[in-house]
Design a protein around this ligand. Structure first.
Ligand SMILES: [Zn+2]
Length: 315
């Protein structure tokens, strides 16, 4: 198991050893930090028919199932909105009330739990409050603030810490991730392991930085925006926001990272960068809330503003 997950696993074991082991868990991890390894180990342990010292035995019928376990019910986002639908929640609750097919526990995995909407959260809350016997719930999320507070109050939270730079570097080495990929992902997305967890997102993030550099070097912002293969307002706004933060920081001290090596000084005035950052936040908030923004239009206006602030560079 990855070294940064070990302390969290100890919390899981403590919970399982307690007099009343939780029947609903929530694994909370920093964005971009791989936590599924921990969640999957908990699932295997819960489903194992013959666990020893709080480890799955690896030998029993349950442990030897390679595909999805018949007693594991998955609740995942579906459809264009990327939400966990209330109908799927109702279906899986019905399943939870039937006998587990292998005679052991039934486990319901909700991942990522922040994709529950109001209706599906309420439906789940009822069954988490009074769970059918033998059913254990496992939620996983990087955004616990998006969960219904009444639901959170019923869950045993297990936090995964943010790994230190040293641990990350070691892990990057052992996973065969290049230091450059890790640094770019950390700087642009705050997701150091994005190359493993979401390589497409990292490619998109790199494209945004490249586009920002082109506009900074005087290319027409509207032409640059049109060259985007896929306009993703959320990734673009996250990257632009982080770039702004780096440029602001760079004016107060030495900053050396992929942003400052791509966009070299002199930089636009800090006040303009702050104003620009506010505009970006608005687009980001809309994109996060799933409000269907016209991505092309929103990005067009952001990139136009980005081009404008570079005309105000002094020195
Ligand atoms: Zn087993």
């Amino acid at each position: 198991m990855s070294p940064w997950l070990e302390s969290s696993w100890r919390l899981v074991v403590e919970g399982l050893q307690s007099k009343a082991p939780p029947h609903a868990w929530c694994i909370v991890h920093p964005p971009g930090v791989v936590a599924s390894e921990l969640t999957d180990r908990l699932l295997r342990l819960l489903l194992c028919q013959n666990p020893a010292h709080h480890e799955p035995c690896g030998q029993c019928v349950s442990c030897r199932i390679k595909e999805t376990h018949p007693d594991l019910v998955l609740l995942e986002p579906e459809g264009a909105a990327g939400m966990i639908k209330v109908d799927s929640v109702r279906d899986s609750i019905e399943t939870a009330y039937t006998t587990a097919s292998m005679g052991g526990r039934r486990v319901m995995l909700v991942r990522p739990a922040d994709c529950l909407n109001q209706a599906s959260s309420n439906a789940l809350l009822k069954v988490v409050e009074e769970p059918p016997s033998g059913t254990v719930f496992v939620f996983q999320t990087a955004l616990p603030g998006k969960l219904l507070p009444t639901l959170v109050s019923r869950l045993r939270m297990v936090k995964v810490p943010t790994p230190t730079h040293e641990i990350l570097e070691k892990t990057a080495q052992s996973l065969g991730v290049s230091h450059d990929d890790m640094l770019v992902a950390e700087t642009l997305l705050a997701e150091p392991m994005a190359i493993k967890t979401d390589p497409e997102r990292l490619t998109l993030a790199r494209d945004v930085l490249k586009a920002m550099a082109r506009v900074r070097n005087g290319e027409d912002s509207q032409v640059v925006v049109k060259s985007f293969a896929k306009a993703d307002a959320l990734v673009a706004s996250i990257v632009m926001e982080r770039v702004c933060e780096q440029l602001i920081r760079a004016q107060f001290g030495d900053v050396s990272n992929p942003v400052t090596s791509t966009l070299v000084a002199p930089y636009p005035p800090v006040t303009l960068l702050y104003q620009f950052k506010e505009r970006i936040s608005e687009v980001k908030k809309q994109a996060q809330a799933g409000i269907s923004v016209n991505a092309g239009l929103a990005l067009g206006s952001l990139f136009a503003a980005w081009g404008f602030i570079w005309t105000r560079v002094q020195g």
